[in-house]
Design a protein around this ligand. Structure first.
Ligand code: SF4
Ligand code: SF4
Ligand code: SF4
Length: 312
């Protein structure tokens, strides 16, 4: 989002929040919330933030639950100045309120369990879709590198999970059991001296294939599982999986379609999960996955649909 300093000077707290300045409790000061896609900060940016927090705040920064950074203790009359200084340092203010929030990613790019470059995907989502436009309510996206889902993609409006489905090359397998030990879900067994995968119990984390010392497992199906409609807070809803094994471009296209569908169909103050419940999961799935091959659509079972509900 490009920064227009003239936007920030306003006596109305709510307007300030929309632009990333958040009123703090117990003092007539604000925190500047910064956009930190995927939680990556260079050493140079950290130095700039330290300098700016001393110059405009009280020499502290806070880390938010979504990997963001806030500089607290800023006077309202210094909004234009600090917003210019932040832009010069190469960082934008992160809008709050009813709009897309900064995309979160786990460190799948460097994690030994990661099945994709989570940082790159999160940045691409930000670049293409985080335009600051007003939506019915907040809209959160999270990317995870594997089925461990450390970034909680199922509890975001849109969640993407990197997956790698294993297949055993029987001729190369010695039955050593390293893969059996690697699987946390007991989905690999040794049968007649060879590894066998229980498809029903496998979540395509890919850990067994990564652990095999003889490269006797391939991962012929890789990609991204797509979840939608999750949220956490006063009310909770676990996102429902609507597509699987998507290629990167397919997943990016789906994120854009979901955001547009939500903009056009969501009622004010309604999160995506509520809008999907109102419209029906099947109609939503058809609207946002229209161009994708049918085999990539997740079959929505009655059990999955029943579990997609609002909890308090
Ligand atoms: S979700 Fe997987 S890839 Fe990402 S940090 Fe957790 S274990 Fe690593
Ligand atoms: S780790 Fe590899 S070689 Fe060993 S049992 Fe598993 S697939 Fe076979
Ligand atoms: S991919 Fe993961 S869940 Fe599936 S068998 Fe391998 S280790 Fe187990």
């Amino acid at each position: 989002m490009s920064v227009d300093p003239s936007e920030f000077y306003t006596p109305k707290v709510i307007d300030a929040q929309l632009t990333g300045m958040i009123k703090t409790v117990g003092e007539n000061k604000y925190s500047a919330r910064l956009k930190v896609p995927a939680g990556i900060l260079t050493a140079g940016l950290l130095e700039s933030l330290a300098r700016l927090s001393r110059a405009y705040g009280r020499g502290e920064v806070y880390l938010t639950a979504r990997l963001g950074v806030e500089i607290p203790g800023i006077s309202g009359d210094r909004f234009p100045e600090i917003s210019r200084a932040l832009a010069d340092a190469g960082v934008s203010l992160a809008g709050c309120g009813p709009r897309m929030r900064t995309t979160v990613a786990c460190k799948g790019t460097v994690c030994p369990h990661g099945n994709l470059d989570t940082f790159q995907l999160a940045w691409e989502i930000e670049r293409r879709f985080n335009d600051g436009a007003v939506l019915p309510h907040k809209f959160k996206v999270a990317v995870a590198g594997c089925a461990s889902t450390c970034s909680k993609p199922q509890l975001n409006d849109v969640g993407l999970v990197g997956v790698a489905e294993p297949a055993v090359r029987a001729e190369a397998c010695t039955g050593c059991s390293v893969c059996v030990e690697a699987c946390h879900l007991d989905a690999v067994r040794i049968v007649d001296g060879k590894a066998v995968i229980d498809r029903a119990g496998c979540v395509a984390c890919g850990d067994c294939a990564k652990a095999c010392p003889l490269a006797a497992m391939d991962t012929p199906r890789t990609g991204l599982h797509l979840f939608a409609g999750g949220r956490w807070g006063r009310e909770r809803q676990v996102g429902i999986r609507i597509a699987e094994f998507l290629a990167g471009e397919e997943a990016l296209d789906a994120v854009g379609r979901i955001k547009a569908w939500y903009r056009d169909n969501g009622a004010r103050k309604e999160r995506l999960g509520q809008t999907v419940l109102r419209a029906g999961v099947g109609r939503f799935q058809a609207a946002v996955l229209g161009g994708l091959p049918r085999e990539k659509w997740t079959r929505i079972t009655p059990e999955a649909e029943a579990g997609f509900r609002v909890m308090r």
